[in-house]
Write a protein that binds this ligand. Sequence first.
Ligand SMILES: NC(=O)c1ccc[n+]([C@@H]2O[C@H](COP(=O)([O-])OP(=O)(O)OC[C@H]3O[C@@H](n4cnc5c(N)ncnc54)[C@H](OP(=O)(O)O)[C@@H]3O)[C@@H](O)[C@H]2O)c1
Length: 333
Amino acid sequence: MAEQTVRWGIIGAGIIAHKMADAIRLEEGCELVAVASRTAEKAEAFAREYDIAAETYPSLVERADVDVIYIATTHNFHADNAAFCLEHGKHVVVEKPFTVNATEARRLQEMAEAKGCFLMEAIWTRFLPSMIKLRETLQNGTVGEVKVATVNFGGVAPEHYRGRLLDPALAGGVTLDMGIYPVSMLCYALGEVPSVNGASCRFSDTGVDEVASYQLSFPSGCLATVNTSFNLLMPHLASFYGDRGYIEYPHFQNLGDFTVKHLEGAELTGEETIHTENAENGFVYQAREAARCIREGLRESPVIPVEETVRIMDVLDEIRRQLPLRYDFESAK
Ligand SMILES: NC(=O)c1ccc[n+]([C@@H]2O[C@H](COP(=O)([O-])OP(=O)(O)OC[C@H]3O[C@@H](n4cnc5c(N)ncnc54)[C@H](OP(=O)(O)O)[C@@H]3O)[C@@H](O)[C@H]2O)c1
């Protein structure tokens, strides 16, 4: 029997929407139907590129031929845009960070439950074959008990990203834009959510965090350090140190290969490279997973259950409390 085609709409005709639109088009069983923008010309230009319909936000959610909407607006709009789609009974996939804070995240969680809609955070790296392999390798005890993990994830943001990243009104800052990746990755790899022992940052002139460090501790006892930045090059490297070996995973967003070193006490007894292939457009995996869940009538993905997203937002709230960074619009709500 032919698979049910899952029909997609997009809200926000910006930069990342193009990558997801490409991924949806690459995915068998998925169809991109329409895009919505606040600006008609922007929606039309995007729609022409993909040969789809151009809509406003209200006209998109009214379309009966759209099953699921991908929210690709800036962080500050995620909660309201997603709530608007849920109110209209649409399934929703929200770009990372799911929302600005955990209060907003819980609101969406409750709405999706009440409406019986599918809801998922589009934290694309979690769905990569290499991340699934990393998690398996750690959780099957290959390196023993993981006691320490470190993740460096920093780069110099290109000019076209900087406006959004530096703007507190758009909930800019490195924690919500980049820090979320290592935090979510550690949670996935270790299978648990940490508490925050410490968090500090350097602020930009605009008052957002641009370089940040977090010290996390996981219920299993693993201690983790994350360093992240959008204006300092730090070669991307995730390392997991266990009592029987350690894993080094450079460029963990792009490469499929990571190294496992085996130890007996302080002796290095062997080394292997674990190889996986990630598709060139890594967003195909999140599109595939959302479509699978929708076809199967699931309300959330087991890869990133909504409750875990909410608990990670709690962690990010605590990190921001310690930096400290609170956006003006959060106080106003
Ligand atoms: N997964 C990844 O690798 C990745 C990479 C980059 C970004 N992202 C995430 O994707 C989302 C969008 O990022 P982006 O770089 O694509 O953003 P963007 O192009 O700057 O903006 C996306 C959309 O947000 C709305 N928007 C932007 N600035 C606005 C403003 N000042 N006032 C009102 N609306 C505004 C616009 O929607 P309209 O079209 O309706 O006007 C715009 O098209 C963010 O959540 C970001 O964290 C993910």
